[in-house]
Design a protein around this ligand. Structure first.
Ligand SMILES: NC(=O)c1ccc[n+]([C@@H]2O[C@H](COP(=O)([O-])OP(=O)(O)OC[C@H]3O[C@@H](n4cnc5c(N)ncnc54)[C@H](O)[C@@H]3O)[C@@H](O)[C@H]2O)c1
Length: 316
């Protein structure tokens, strides 16, 4: 199949491309390189089945494809809050453009939505039927509301134009190739521990998150794309940890001498986040398989390698 991956040079997109290329599909990677990096897809650049397109999804594009994984959107607060209006445009115009493309060429489109559509949830864990509690004027709204309108657009194109959609609600995902400066909790703690600086825990660290290893997530996305459920379907790891527990695990694994310090909680930070993955289990026969300790080990190894390269570069 000819498969378009928007945001393909990013963290999740590049792991997805690895899987699609290994399955011998023709893959078009479309990215504006805002948070993506060519090094993530370097291994495929000269492959005859691979094409790299520098393009911004807020502009329309004409391509002939069978499937579209629509992942283009900065995912971490640091990056999506840097230019919030652009984040809204990426979610609204970008999703309209990709749905328009899917409609024209009759491609199936999978939209990478997020657990952030649940906001600061009053229901725990969050099933897909829960409508969420989102602040529409806060600093996270460009992303949370952006993804909500992306979902709305998918369902309107489905109802009005019979576009073949799939909607995945992705929960916190981690793994190799995360950006070291993206402010997400796993990369923050690993980078701080490797640098020997204190690990920053926001609030008292009792807020909880669930962490899904990226290979598990990619498997879930592919099952959703190739199955007959349109979603929305939660994809995440239901194993729930407090932020303090995560900090202690990474401290122990990387640098037991590193200190833990506390800073005030950011605005609208959700207190609890855990997916209910009953639907993914039932309809996609999917559930995560990589335990947190194993996934963290692989992630720490990747960061250590990248840091080693930088240190060598500096020394010479
Ligand atoms: N990582 C997570 O934990 C998580 C959780 C929920 C949802 N998601 C969603 O999954 C998708 C991928 O997330 P990620 O973690 O790989 O993030 P990422 O920032 O690493 O990847 C996003 C990619 O999209 C590209 N991009 C951004 N704006 C674009 C635009 N206007 N036009 C073209 N390309 C653009 C970036 O350059 C980058 O390569 C995002 O849509 C995100 O919202 C991720």
């Amino acid at each position: 199949m000819r498969i378009l991956v928007t945001g393909g040079a990013g963290f999740i997109g590049s792991h997805l491309i690895d899987r699609l290329m290994k399955a011998e599909h023709e893959v078009l990677c479309l990215d504006n390189f805002y948070t993506g990096d060519k090094s993530n897809i370097r291994q495929w650049v000269n492959h005859p089945n691979f094409e790299l397109i520098r393009h911004d999804v807020t502009e329309p594009i004409r391509l002939e494809v069978d499937q579209i994984y629509h992942l283009a959107c900065p995912a971490s607060p640091v990056h999506y809050q840097f230019n919030p209006i652009k984040t809204v445009k990426t979610n609204v115009l970008g999703t309209i453009n990709m749905l328009g493309l899917a409609k024209r060429v009759k491609a199936r489109l999978l939209m990478a939505s997020t657990s952030e559509v649940y906001g600061d949830p009053e229901v725990h864990p969050q099933p897909e039927e829960y409508w969420g509690k989102v602040n529409c004027t806060g600093i996270r709204s460009c992303y949370d509301e952006g993804k909500r309108i992306s979902e709305t657009l998918c369902f309107d194109y489905y109802r009005e134009h019979q576009v073949d959609i799939r909607v995945a609600r992705i929960f916190n995902t981690y793994g190799p190739r995360m950006l070291e400066n993206d402010g997400r909790v796993v990369s923050n703690f690993i980078v701080q521990a490797l640098r020997g600086i204190p690990l920053t825990v926001y609030g008292d660290g009792s807020q909880t998150r669930s962490f899904c290893y990226v290979w598990d997530l990619v498997e879930g996305l592919m099952r959703l794309m190739n199955g007959d459920q349109i979603g929305p379907i939660n994809l995440g790891n239901p194993g729930e940890y407090t932020i303090l527990q995560l900090a202690q695990i990474i401290q122990e694994m990387v640098n037991p001498d590193a200190e833990l310090i506390h800073k005030p909680l950011p605005q609208d930070d959700p207190k609890q986040r855990q997916p209910d993955i009953t639907k993914a289990k039932t309809y996609l026969a999917w559930e995560p398989t990589v335990p947190l300790l194993e996934g963290l080990k692989l992630t720490v190894e990747d960061f250590s390698k990248r840091f080693a390269v930088k240190v060598v570069g500096k020394d010479f």
